[in-house]
Design a protein around this ligand. Sequence first.
Ligand code: ME8
Length: 537
Amino acid sequence: MKPFYITTPIYYVNDKPHIGHAYASLACDVMARFKRLSGEEAFFLTGTDEHGQKIEKSAEKAGMSPQAFCDMNAALFKDLTKAMNFSNNDFIRTTEERHKKGAQHFWKVIEKHIYLDKYAGWYAVRDEAYYQEDELKKLQPGENGAPAWAKDLEKGDTERARAGQIKLFAPATGAEVEWVEEESYFFKLSEFTKPLLEFYEKNPSFVQPESRFNEVKRFVETGLKDLSISRTTFKWGIPVPGDEKHVIYVWLDALVNYITAIGYPNMDNQWPADVHVIGKDILRFHAVFWPAFLMAANLPLPKKIVATGWWTNEGQKISKSLGNVIDPLKLIEEFGLDQTRYFLMREIPFGNDGNFSRDRMITVINSELANTIGNLCQRTLGFINKNCGGILPNGSLNSETSHITNPYHKLGFGSTYPIYSEVVNKCKFDFAIEIAWGLANRANQYIDEQAPWTLKKTDPQKMEEVLYILTESIRQIGILLQPFIPQSAAKILVAVGYPEAQANKGIPFSELSTPIKPGTPLPAPTPVFPRFQETAK
Ligand code: ME8
């Protein structure tokens, strides 16, 4: 059977990883883990984008050869996959032989849609993207930074910009453009305007969120221009087969990673991808150029493109020049791995922009993880350990208490998973966490209402039932949280009696509908989520 195939963008190695990289990959990891625990095979790909002028310039600045520079930074991205506990099946680097060969083969396959001409226009090295003149804005000499303040172009401005007197920017990304004039191969993108619009029509959920899909359609509806797909003014790229003074345009090179990683031209059975997770800024490349290239190569198109929003830092746009880039390794070091994973998936509805706030992160860690989930585990399992000899007492689920273990109890027993699964499949990760967290919240209210410490004296049988229900809740919470916080979820599952090896491998969601057995031995609990205490600096 074809595995579920999910990909991250491949990351430029001009610098070390930042929160945006960790975020897109984390979403893929959650989805891949969710699929595997649902009984499906999943193939999760990530990697690094290593060619192009931006990397060549950065290597030069660092006084290194491009390859040595790429090796150094690609290692940081590989390390991040370990540090974030990503379950990727492969990691592709575009400087690998398997990729270079595959990309050149792809070029030859689409060759009948390619012609040689001359490109004269604007190019942003930072975005590795071509821009039309009417997309640009200007800054006068002496004006700085944010192109949001930039003005529309006036007559004569493009000449002034070409003479270096003023700067032009692509306002959508803030990248400065430069004038490029060179011989270039072109891809007949214009031929694909109609086929793409027809494809969008037939696949109304091709791009998510929907609002972003509308942007894509509007762009294509205006009519596509042929796309320059080779460069000659620098060397760091994959040579065009048969004309080695050209290197393949870095975006064509990068996009084909999704197939070269799985063996193109002799692909395994993963293709087409089920989901490409990307940032909102690179949607045009994935929802327009990539499908057109695939159509030209007669290959099936990916099923879905999901665009993430962007994080700001304490309300400010994240940028190197502002010095406010968030290093995911620092977050892990300070707050813990699963705390970081939880916060990133919990804080903003996936697809929206969102703000990173240190205070919010501490609040979420302390209130949701430590006080709600951690505390529930500690007081329930600690109580059983102390008062019931570490053996789960007698009890069963019944209609009176089903609302504790199942937030959707009105829909019937076992209805948590269908809803949870529906929301995860729609990338509503915050909602999926809310389901698990909601269970913990409810269980905490239940323990307060029932007060097993009092029942111990007044009604020991009822106390046993209460403890049983609470333990089953904890088991459900542990299972549901596995894709998000795998290590902590495994700890929770060990605490409700699963053998460590089994818990670490993952407990399938099918086990949600088999309640825990009374008499299960429960080890003495160890705290899962410590409270975060600010240390004096
Ligand atoms: O674009 N918040 O690579 P990249 C969230 N190599 N996401 C952010 C972000 C932020 N503040 N800043 C950047 C590339 N990103 C290409 C991809 S795929 C065939 C080639 C996201 O390293 C950004 O949206 O510049 C993008 O999806 C991702 O980081 C990688 O960016």
